[in-house]
Design a protein around this ligand. Structure first.
Ligand SMILES: [Zn+2]
Length: 193
């Protein structure tokens, strides 16, 4: 049974022993395989408020007490879904590269969306999505609102040439100095912040 109550999913999960975490991991992978198109699941989504989540994009990965220890400044926009909100799709903004530590993995785990394989992007987003669940954060909290900025309307008339701005085009985002961004506005990029 997958919990679809947003209030319940907004509670933080508590740390767990590796032994108990492994048992929860087995249940989560089982539950995930029952779902039609799920690629990740966190323990609180099946009513267990413990810090365990699983990801199954390229291979099954169990993370017990996971922590993101490094994240890139570069972010990208990605359409996300969630087994707890089967009818919703949200465009979110996620880090392009992350490094994760978990109690059941000796080494650090690196995930990068910066590759030609779309599965790498799915996996990298999924890890961030599931770790968020353990902190009571849902994809709705990461929504990327791409309301275009129009100078003099919802943005200052004058933007400093060295001021950093964010541009979006399709699923890509870039943050760079305005003097470099300005010519891109002619090629389909939109200013968002
Ligand atoms: Zn989810």
């Amino acid at each position: 049974m997958i919990i679809e109550d947003k209030m319940k999913l907004e509670q933080k999960c508590s740390p767990v022993s590796v032994k108990e975490g492994e048992e929860i991991g087995v249940r989560l992978l089982h539950e995930l395989r029952q779902s039609e198109n799920g690629i990740g699941l966190a323990a609180n989504q099946i009513g267990i408020n413990k810090r365990v989540c699983v990801i199954n994009v390229k291979e099954p990965i169990v993370l017990i007490n996971p922590k993101i220890v490094e994240k890139s400044k570069e972010q990208f926009v990605f359409p996300e879904g969630c087994l707890s909100f089967p009818d919703s799709k949200v465009k979110t903004q996620r880090h392009q590269d992350i490094v994760v530590e978990a109690d059941n993995h000796k080494g650090k785990l690196s995930f990068s969306a910066n590759s030609k394989d779309i599965n790498d992007a799915f996996e990298c987003v999924c890890v961030q999505h599931e770790i968020d669940h353990l902190d009571g954060i849902t994809m709705f909290d990461r929504e990327f609102k791409s309301e275009p900025l129009v100078r003099g309307v919802n943005a200052p008339l004058k933007i400093g040439r060295n001021q950093r701005v964010t541009l979006t085009k399709g699923s890509q985002t870039k943050t760079l100095k305005y003097k470099k961004a300005e010519p891109m506005l002619e090629t389909g990029w939109t200013l968002v912040k």
